[in-house]
Design a protein around this ligand. Structure first.
Ligand SMILES: *Cc1c(COP(=O)(O)O)cnc(C)c1O
Length: 358
């Protein structure tokens, strides 16, 4: 008897279950906005009528508005159901079975999930102890099979950044590959290559509304690329993957620059507080340009994460990421939450008998 099996790529796919569990408590584990979105978004939600929900969502007009906001042409922008869908669309658009997806690691896990689903070979270039962007190794790893390169800038879980010059070198060295620059944490960093979209044919930029904007629950992301590439991605994506509630919330979220500036300012101030506390407690940390910081706790990482959880503070164990043995990632929210996080950190380190750098 023959039985039903999925495609080979699906068999090879890493099963990805976000360890969400019961997330009551202070959420310093998923790099979301830890507080709230703009109040104007709540007003837009409250104004939604029953009739509004009866219609299939129309993405075009909002895409045009998002394009204007970013200084782009409407045919250079694609709204997606979070950047995760954007990554899926890119893999489906560019990767044939056996093509290579090139990744500097450690990095965001969904690139590999969707890349292996497309039956691509995953070529990994491992960053050194500083987690600095491994430019030379990455350039050396580009082959004729390389069809997609994903660079998170700033990177997760490390918080490390890539310079514009380094990105340009990758773009130039791989004209036959789509180069995704994932700017999920752009607002906490401030540097971008969005201005190069349309000028460089193989550049694709992603932004999410899940982090600084505080809309992770709505699932909203965007891709920006030259029109010639965007036409292929539009063929792949579902026409209705961005729902009506998300589309209604996007204009007020973009318009409330004041709220965004306030939130980003809080995170930057709180990041300094967290870094100072980690230094005082002699915990090794990596410099971060994002709304989180990666620390090395060492062999006691599980005990530490549990001790934090016992104090109602959730942090993310990153120990199984390449080169991240004993590492834990801590999200930075506004100062008030960060103060609570630092208190739990002090108590938890005391509980595990912390004596300084692991
Ligand atoms: C959080 C994150 C995403 C996912 O964004 P969504 O829009 O919520 O799907 C993508 N890339 C990186 C690097 C992230 O950290």
């Amino acid at each position: 008897m023959s039985r039903l099996e999925p495609r080979a790529g699906v068999l090879r796919m890493k099963e990805y279950h976000p360890p969400l569990g019961d997330r009551s408590g202070l959420r310093l584990d998923f790099n979301e906005n830890t507080l709230a979105c703009s109040p104007r978004v709540r007003e837009a939600l409250a104004a939604i009528t029953g009739a509004d929900l009866t219609r299939y969502p129309e993405r075009g007009p909002i895409e045009a508005m998002v394009a204007r906001h970013h200084g782009l042409h409407p045919d250079q922008v694609l709204l997606t159901n979070g950047v995760d869908e954007a990554i899926h669309v890119l893999c489906q658009t560019y990767l044939n079975p056996g093509d290579a997806l090139l990744l500097p690691v450690p990095t965001y896990s969904m690139y590999e999930v969707y890349g292996s689903g497309a039956e691509a070979r995953i070529d990994r270039v491992v960053a050194g102890h500083s987690f600095a962007f491994p430019l030379e190794e990455l350039l050396a790893a580009i082959t004729p099979q390389t069809r997609l390169i994903a660079i998170a800038n700033p990177n997760s879980p490390t918080g490390q950044t890539v310079t514009r010059e380094q990105i340009l070198q990758v773009l130039t060295a791989a004209p036959h590959a789509a180069v995704l620059v994932d700017e999920a944490y752009f607002h906490f960093f401030g540097e971008s290559v969005m201005d190069l979209v349309g000028q460089i044919p193989n550049l694709i930029v992603a932004r999410t509304f899940s982090k600084a904007y505080g809309l992770a629950g709505l699932r909203l992301g965007m891709l920006a690329a030259a029109k010639e590439q965007m036409q292929w991605m539009r063929r792949v994506i579902s026409p209705y993957s961005v729902n009506a509630l998300a589309l209604a919330c996007l204009p007020p979220a973009l318009e409330d620059q004041q709220y965004l500036d306030w939130y980003v300012g809080e995170v930057k101030a709180a990041r300094l507080l967290m870094e100072a506390a980690l230094d005082r407690l002699a915990v090794h940390r990596w410099p971060s340009a994002a709304n989180f910081v990666l620390v090395r706790i060492g062999a006691q990482h599980r005990h530490f994460v549990q001790a934090m959880r016992d104090r109602d503070v959730l942090v993310r164990d990153r120990s199984s990421d390449p080169g991240c043995e004993g590492c834990v990632r801590i999200t930075i929210g506004p100062r008030e939450q960060t103060d609570a996080g630092i208190l739990a950190l002090e108590e938890s380190l005391a509980e595990i008998g912390w004596k300084g750098k692991a």
